[in-house]
Design a protein around this ligand. Structure first.
Ligand code: AMP
Length: 555
């Protein structure tokens, strides 16, 4: 029997229309460089964003001949114009391709060519990054420049250069958005790929729509039009965790930091604009915490902070709790749109000592994401909170393949997708009977010592709880007797007195680390190397160790 319900395609244009009318008064505020005469933070209502998105779509279609599946790339910070591109491009039926501005130039070039981007919208401040690459970006016919920055380096480019504001000016503020197939490509984002070529994940209108509804659930971020969200997580990294779409559904005001991602301007933004929510990776929060400790500000508006992208160290969570900002930990990846789990503790532990332990997990799976664990021999493991295996997921906003060019079949590498189509996340962990995920490692970072697994993350968290330790990364290094053993690389705070013996004793006494898991190899480093999206780059540490580049002490 067929249902009797209407079947309205789940389209980005519907999110745009809803946000720009029903929530037309909500605002996107973009931070500016007051010092260099850019003036006050720049404010634009959702209604204006809707008008300008329509104008941009007209310009792309009528002036730059963008049609159907054409890819339009953005090389932009988080700001109002980037939000306009987020909606205009997919809503008109083209594909938004967000470029990660922190990738090495060769990778950026590779990605633009692979995606065959025809138009590239760039922030003026990023012209110095783009200009030297442009001669190699052979598919790019038009460059559209938005915001302050010297245009001179673009002189002589083969691609035609346009000014964003001039391009959209005077065009109609309404667009007859096409009724697309909801399964059609809406946005493209390449994984940061530490090994091999980057891989393209293509989100559909449907997957973005459903993911946005999930972001808005009370057990997820649960924001409303009374909130202002400081969106630090870049729009070029997994759609800023889906926040621009989700906020347009519910009228949440957006506070966009543009290029001002350093602790001082972030602290100023919070004090002045009084956001109620913020989203970023732990490294950003570590920096902000140091700034707020050194120069306290009024940050009382900010009561909810979403941390994800890498594990939130318990010490960081505690420190933010003390400042009155409640941290909510979340897990996800480019392939999962990204929100996979959010750590909202279950009702029965609220107010008990167990609550904190629940908050430290990666979180609970929402309806719509199914999860299973696979052991080293391919066996299914129970969700008992103890058996650790590789996490596999499936659901409506989870990738089922990678983009492989316009004429090629999508890629389904065996190390990324199971034969029955589940995504192999490469993350190792446990799942409790009530659906909370605890990650113990990346599959490639876990330390295999004498046939047992040691969690590098557990050691790092325990180390970072020591007051003298600013940051710590633990990597597996070869060992004749045990196969692999942990190497602790530690960044000490200024004036720190702790030595390795003290830290090792601290791991055992305070961190609860079993004796056989305690590292015997130690080294001090200046900072932990980070990937383009701010995660610990352990590959670099392993290489430095292999090259004899680290001054290692053996206890
Ligand atoms: P990306 O696709 O660049 O967003 O990277 C996704 C990966 O980041 C995941 O597979 C995890 O290894 C890691 N990750 C994301 N969130 C967390 C978290 N809350 N705790 C630990 N690792 C995380």
């Amino acid at each position: 029997m067929q249902s009797t319900m209407q079947d309205v395609p789940l389209l980005i244009s519907r999110i745009l229309t809803h946000g720009s009318t029903i929530h037309g008064a909500s605002q996107v505020t973009t931070w500016t460089d007051g010092a260099s005469g850019e003036g006050e933070p720049h404010r634009r209502s959702f209604a204006e964003i809707g008008d300008r998105a329509a104008q941009l779509a007209h310009a792309l279609r009528d002036e730059l001949a963008i049609a159907d599946d054409d890819r339009v790339a953005t090389l932009m910070w988080n700001n109002a114009e980037h939000v306009e591109a987020y909606f205009a491009i997919p809503a008109m039926g083209a594909v938004l391709h967000t470029l990660n501005l922190r990738l090495p130039p060769e990778q950026l070039t590779w990605i633009v060519r692979h995606a065959a981007d025809r138009v590239l919208i760039v922030n003026g401040s990023l012209i110095p990054l783009l200009a030297p690459l442009l001669p190699h970006l052979t598919t790019v016919e038009h460059v559209v420049v938005s915001g302050p920055g010297d245009r001179a380096p673009l002189a002589g480019a083969t691609a035609r250069v346009h000014e964003y504001e001039e391009l959209i000016a005077g065009r109609p503020t309404a667009y007859d958005w096409p009724e697309l197939d909801e399964r059609q490509a809406a946005a493209l984002c390449y994984t940061s790929g530490t090994t091999g070529d980057p891989k393209g994940v293509v989100y559909s209108h449907r997957s973005i729509y459903l993911h946005s509804m999930q972001v808005n659930m009370a057990q997820s971020m649960g924001l409303t039009d009374q909130d202002t969200s400081l969106i630090v997580v870049p729009q070029f990294h997994v759609n800023a965790w889906g926040l621009p779409h989700a906020t347009f559904m519910t009228g949440v005001n957006m506070l966009m930091p543009d290029r001002f991602l350093q602790p001082v301007p972030l602290a100023e933004m919070i004090e002045r604009e009084r956001p109620t929510h913020a989203a970023a990776v732990p490294t950003i929060w570590q920096g902000l915490l140091a700034e707020l400790t050194a120069r306290p500000r009024d940050v009382t508006s900010l009561t909810q902070v979403t941390i994800g992208g890498s594990a939130c160290p318990p010490a960081l969570m505690e420190a933010f709790d003390r400042l009155g900002m409640r941290v909510c930990h979340a897990w996800g990846m480019t392939e999962t749109s990204p929100l996979g789990t959010v750590a909202r503790p279950p009702a029965h532990v609220i107010g008990t000592p167990e609550e904190f332990a629940y908050r430290l997990t990666q979180g609970r799976f929402p309806a719509g994401v199914e999860a299973r664990l696979t052991g080293p021999g391919g066996e299914r493991l129970p969700h008992d909170g103890e058996s650790a295996g590789e996490l596999e997921v499936r659901g409506n906003w989870i990738a089922g393949a990678y983009y492989n060019g316009p004429d090629a079949e999508p890629l389904r590498p065996a190390d990324k997708f199971s034969p029955d189509g589940w995504l192999k996340t490469g993350d190792v962990g446990t799942i409790s009977p009530d659906g909370f995920l605890t990650l113990t490692d990346r599959a490639k970072d876990v330390i295999k010592s004498g046939g047992e697994w040691i969690s590098s993350v557990e050691l790092e968290n325990a180390l970072m709880a020591h007051p003298d330790v600013a940051e710590a990364a633990v990597v597996a290094v070869p060992d004749d007797k045990w196969g692999e053993r942990p190497l602790a690389t530690v960044v000490l705070r200024e004036g720190a007195a702790a030595d390795f013996t003290t830290l090792r004793a601290f791991l055992a006494a305070e961190g609860g680390i079993a004796k056989w898991q305690l590292p015997e190899r130690w080294t001090v480093i200046e900072s932990v190397p980070k990937t383009s999206v701010g995660k610990f780059d352990k590959k670099v540490l392993r290489r430095r160790y292999a090259d004899g580049d680290l001054d290692v002490t053996r206890l």
